[in-house]
Design a binder for this molecule. Structure first.
Ligand code: UD1
Length: 358
């Protein structure tokens, strides 16, 4: 069976690494029923530190093609990806298309496959922020509504799909990011810095593109009781450079971290401050509290357990948030599967029967 995997942005490389490993495991165990996977990189993320380093570290097979569509307005970017992916799908004739998460690459991949009647699986289906001002919310709603297989990280996500009338093809598999987190623990690169620190990332358009919000967030980071390590997404770096903003010495700016570096920083940090979806979960996996610099989160299981608190733009009582983040938390509940989500994903893709298969 032929799988075509659409990737483009950093978190998708991590998710796909887990599934690609599960495909290799399947091929070892079932040589009579091999899966041939081809990766198409849209090029949405293109800096070495945002893309290639993940392929290298996690030994993800090189993409069969790179569409080199990075940057640009959303419509132009998604439209160009749609055209490019359609061409690749027509040429490669896959039996299944896999898309991950909620980026423009996800939307383009899901639409291209659906229009060609190729069964498409959406990994990380059923998540909602209920905030349609976020590009990610539009991407995930459309992807879920055109996908044939909806692979949900949690029961909450599956129930959300049900509320939207989607029941066929929906499965709870757990989170493939958890699989990756467990598997690559031994490779974590723990930073050698002395003393406690907080790990922070800020990259969401809703935060970076609103100068007042960005200023509030940076101001809060400067007040942190422990130094803050802030690896900068290129979007955030460009905006800080453009506006001539330099946070005070409390905030240590870094280049984007590789996956093994992130795992090491998660292990060593006191707590996490982020607007990333992936890092909110990874903080929980690592047993660290997370202050989320957003007004909503899709990962409602984390806030329900009080492992994660929403801080908006951190202009409220941030000292109380820091005190909470430094106090002990409870992390023993298994929220997102058993570390075998990617194996389940592959089994479901193989065993789901579609008209197109005959
Ligand atoms: C995208 C996703 C977001 C996800 C994030 C993960 C969409 C709408 N958003 O946001 O959901 O959380 O990826 O990181 O798909 N840039 C570089 N070098 C790179 C990558 C980006 O300079 O390697 C620049 C781009 O040129 C652009 C900005 O960063 O100016 C934003 O990149 P873009 O891919 O549009 O969205 P992200 O903010 O990365």
């Amino acid at each position: 069976m032929r799988f075509l995997t659409v990737l483009g942005a950093r978190p998708q490389f991590i998710k796909a690494a887990a599934v690609t490993r599960a495909i290799a495991e399947h091929n070892r165990n079932h040589p009579e029923r091999p899966i041939h996977e081809e990766i198409i990189h849209t090029g949405q993320h293109y800096d070495h530190g945002m893309s290639q380093v993940f392929f290298d570290e996690m030994e993800i097979p090189a993409p069969a093609a790179n569409l080199n569509i990075g940057s640009g307005p959303h419509g132009a970017m998604t439209g160009a990806m749609l055209a490019g992916l359609e061409r690749e799908m027509l040429h490669r004739r896959p039996d299944r298309v896999l898309v991950y998460g909620d980026t423009n690459s996800t939307l383009a991949g899901a639409l291209a496959a659906a229009k060609l009647h190729i069964p498409v699986a959406h990994v990380e289906a059923g998540l909602r922020s209920f905030n349609r001002a976020m590009p990610e919310e539009i991407n995930r709603i459309v992807a879920d509504h055109v996908a044939d297989l909806l692979l949900c990280p949690s029961e909450n996500a599956r129930r959300q799909l049900e509320r939207e009338g989607i029941t066929r093809g929906a499965h709870v598999i757990g989170d493939v990011m958890y699989d990756a987190f467990l598997h690559y623990q031994a490779k974590a690169i723990v930073p050698g810095r002395p003393g406690p620190f907080a790990l922070a990332t800020i990259h969401r358009a809703e935060n970076t593109d609103d100068p007042a919000r960005l200023a509030n967030i940076l101001h809060a980071l400067e007040r942190s009781p422990v130094p803050v390590v802030l690896p900068l997404h290129p979007r955030t770096r460009k905006i800080l450079d453009h506006q001539g903003i330099r946070p005070n010495h409390r905030v240590e700016l870094r280049e984007p971290l590789s996956y093994f570096d992130i795992l090491g920083h998660l292990r060593a940090c006191a707590f996490v401050i982020t607007d990333s979806g992936g890092l909110q979960k990874e903080a929980y996996f690592a047993g660290k509290k997370c202050i989320t610099a957003r007004d909503q989160t899709e990962w409602v299981e984390l806030t329900a357990l009080d492992a994660n608190r929403l801080g908006g733009d951190l202009s409220g009582d941030v000292d109380a948030l820091f005190a909470w983040a430094l106090s002990p938390g409870v992390f023993h509940e298994t929220l997102y599967g058993d570390g075998r989500a990617s194996v389940k994903c592959v089994e479901i893709l193989l065993n789901a029967g579609f008209q197109q298969d005959v």
